[in-house]
Design a protein. Sequence first.
Length: 131
Amino acid sequence: MIPNPPRNFLIVDDNVTLLELLIAMFSRAFNGACDLYTTDNGFAAVQMAKEFLIDCALLDMQMPGMNGVQTLRELKKANPQITVMMMTGAAPEEMIEEAIHAGAIGCLTKPFTMEQVKDLLNGRGAERLAA
């Protein structure tokens, strides 16, 4: 379980199979201590962040339509205090650096563990964490 979990956590990934795995993984880790929201695209993520006052988000870097960096920027406009973590299977380093510069606290390389998520949330993670 993650100590002091966020109240409203958003996961965004266009890979529905991976999204389902992440839902299961985070549900176990949070153990009902926060509300978990999910979507498969950046546009819906921004709307959810406004509607549900999301305080922490995990965004896939590469999604059709609005990519992860664009989504990050829009989330930060809606809520400058939101904590955002990025995840990627194969994003270019320049895109990761752009996300960090835009306010992401780090980027997890898929696959990753809940321990790596916890480390990143607690400020112990590197800017890019690999499994």
